[in-house]
Design a protein around this ligand. Structure first.
Ligand SMILES: [Zn+2]
Length: 64
């Protein structure tokens, strides 16, 4: 059974949305922090990406 293009796109969008979550608790309020700009990786070592809390607006980076 083939799926429709709409179904496919919906699945992919949900997968991308899930990828924003880090599984890390905000150090300020404990809410799960999310990636701010997916795909943006700093060239420091170790590489870090920006993360932030949608609840209290804490921002930081984490090592990937
Ligand atoms: Zn927070």
């Amino acid at each position: 059974m083939l799926k429709s293009l709409e179904e496919h796109d919906k699945e992919r969008m949900e997968a991308y949305a899930r990828k924003q979550y880090t599984g890390i608790a905000c150090p300020v309020c404990g809410e799960e922090v999310t990636k701010i700009r997916p795909g943006i990786v700093s060239h420091s070592f170790p590489p870090r990406i920006p993360i932030g809390c949608i609840k209290c607006w804490w921002q930081g980076t984490y090592i990937i």
